[in-house]
Design a protein around this ligand. Sequence first.
Ligand code: PLP
Length: 436
Amino acid sequence: MDGTTTQHDPRRQVPRTDAVLADPRLVAAADRLGRARVKELVVAAQERARAGELDPGDVVAAAVAALPATAGGLRPVLNATGVVLHTNLGRAALSGAAVTAVAAAAGATDVELDLATGRRARRGRTAMAALAAAVPDAQAVHVVNNGAAALVLAATALAAGREIVVSRGELVEIGDGFRLPDLLVSTGARLREVGTTNRTTAADYTAALGPDTAFVLKVHPSNFVMRGFTSSAAVRDLARLGAPVVVDIGSGLLTPDELLPDEPDAAGALRAGATLVTASGDKLLGGPQAGLLLGRHDVVERLRRHPLARALRVDKITLAALEATLTGPETPTRAALHADPTRLRARVQAVSDALAAAGVDVRVTASGAVVGGGGAPEVTLPSWSLSLPEGYAAPLRTGATPVVGRVERGRLLLDLRCVPPDADGVLTDAVLAVAG
Ligand SMILES: *Cc1c(COP(=O)(O)O)cnc(C)c1O
């Protein structure tokens, strides 16, 4: 073997794993992320050095640069899509108050213990009290994992082996191939479909009621609209039929929002006579993923005591986030929905000026934002966006702080409606980093 060439072989100069791992930054990272994860990154950097892609002297620096911010794989993203509740971005962003409450509840916490007496207490009682206070029209409340779970629990506990009477116009697919009728039938309930796709009257329901009826179900067709020769029965009319009425309002508005006149709210449905209302926690309510069950005391109690309720039980983290959402300051969801277009324009202009000063091909453009999350499909929220060359889209998504926008007619639009105002600087820096 030729001694001269081995000496110059960079593979020989690649530092050993334990030597690299002894770097104080990587020692600290191992405490934060776990030693195995850090070691993986070190081995990857060593392999690049052995392949001649990296100077052996840069192995430590490369491993440090590759360290993720947290041990979790989910990365914080700036939502510049103009879609307030973006399903692929986790729907509602939690408020700062909810994030703090989650952190406080993350360790050992009094979720089922009365600290004054030292005895077991009702799980999540403060969150349940906050929900009950937020919807005084509900005699009782319960919370499960998501809106679909709320419906499954209601169907299982109230209608297994019996009939759910539902309009043919409300057999909705909620997304990703999941369909409410399949979900309901999976519980052992039978669907008694009434009316037609476009028209269903109270008389159609009346004709279908019988000894096998468990409840009448009204589903808000949240992600589509029907126009033309259409009609449907109001909750008020269904409540007169004599059978219990379960109303799936979908989006979780507890009280009406003047911006979204076609979105049903829980208080309105209960006042109209609904026996039980189901809704999601992470849509317009702006909270964590959860399914809300609101309604008559005996019915909610039946659901709460059903064996399936145990399988749909929410975590202390969810309870903490939900309570802080209900009692805390305005949610990011509401702030984004109600953002003032004039202020949005001023923010977009300021970011645009900073980018233009650095030579970026940027324009300010009016845009249309939407509610998303399968809600209010007809509503367009007037908004403002930065317009950049389309080529920015991929590098912005994969940068240190991923920024997700949308491409329209060959330009990347970054809509600031759903970007928190205090993140404008981060967004500016992200674009500058791509511009080089
Ligand atoms: C979103 C939605 C659901 C499903 O709720 P998840 O919280 O996503 O499980 C059910 N029904 C309606 C009408 C909805 O809009």
